[in-house]
Write a protein that binds this ligand. Structure first.
Ligand code: IPE
Ligand code: IPE
Ligand code: MG
Length: 225
């Protein structure tokens, strides 16, 4: 049976979910935030899962209409504040990845505050990718290593990234089959699952089914079995 330590999810399809119901796109983001809560709780109950990395806002998402971006920023702040008690109750440590310096001071403060207040939790790590792009992450790592002495090793490079652990299972909801600049280094040997379900409709049952399928796959990592 495959070990499942690190699950990463591209939570896509919020806008389409709302539009299908004749609602504004932002309603889809609100519904999506509720699913983040449920899926995090589900993963926190599974002792094998150590890390859940969720793609919440990409470095490319700034291209969206100003009002949608502003809504997402407010929603993130609201989500983090309202989730603090849940993080603590479920022993979940919150850890952001991405370049949060692009956010308002107030949002940066909230992000850091939740990170500090959950730092002692030693159950699941819920890592939210915020203003995250793998290419940006790789460039920041390279720049951070510029003055390193000698050759840069794979381990040194990996440790210079925001997300330092390899992904076992990568899921994308919403029907598209692409990575959209998510965890390009860490997903080198991830098992990829694509679901047509729009993120607000994604359930713990569907995740449980994907995990079950994942455990039966033969992972060879280039070797032979
Ligand atoms: C994903 O849902 C959430 C974010 C990118 C913030 P989308 O907003 O991309 O929803 P669709 O893909 O347009 O339906
Ligand atoms: C990927 O979804 C980013 C997040 C889920 C945060 P997008 O909707 O931004 O990706 P593209 O534009 O369809 O590739
Ligand atoms: Mg999308």
């Amino acid at each position: 049976m495959n070990e499942i330590k690190h699950i990463a999810i591209i939570m896509d399809g919020n806008g389409r979910w709302a539009e299908l119901q004749g609602k504004k796109r932002v309603k889809g983001h609100e519904a999506g935030a509720k699913v983040v809560k449920k899926i995090t709780k589900f993963c926190s109950r599974d002792k094998d899962i150590e890390r859940l990395t969720l793609y919440a806002f990409s470095t490319e998402n700034w291209k969206r209409p100003r009002l949608e971006v502003e809504f997402l920023m407010k929603l993130l702040e609201k989500y983090l504040r309202s989730e603090l008690q849940d993080y603590l109750n479920n022993n979940v440590r919150f850890e952001p990845i991405g370049d949060i310096r692009a956010f308002s001071n107030s949002l940066q403060k909230t992000i850091k505050e939740i990170e500090i207040k959950t730092a002692h939790c030693d159950g699941l790590v819920q890592s939210l990718a915020l203003n995250y792009g793998a290419q940006d992450e790789i460039l920041r790592a390279v720049n951070g290593l510029k003055n390193a002495e000698g050759d840069i090793t794979q381990e040194m490079f990996s440790n210079a990234l925001d997300c330092k652990s390899d992904v076992d299972l990568l899921i994308r909801t919403g029907g598209d089959h692409r990575l959209s600049n998510f965890l390009l280094w860490q997903a080198a040997y991830a098992e990829l699952f694509f679901s047509d379900t729009l993120w607000p409709d994604f359930t713990s049952d569907e995740l449980a089914k994907i995990i079950k399928d994942f455990t039966t796959i033969e992972r060879r990592f280039g070797g032979l079995k």
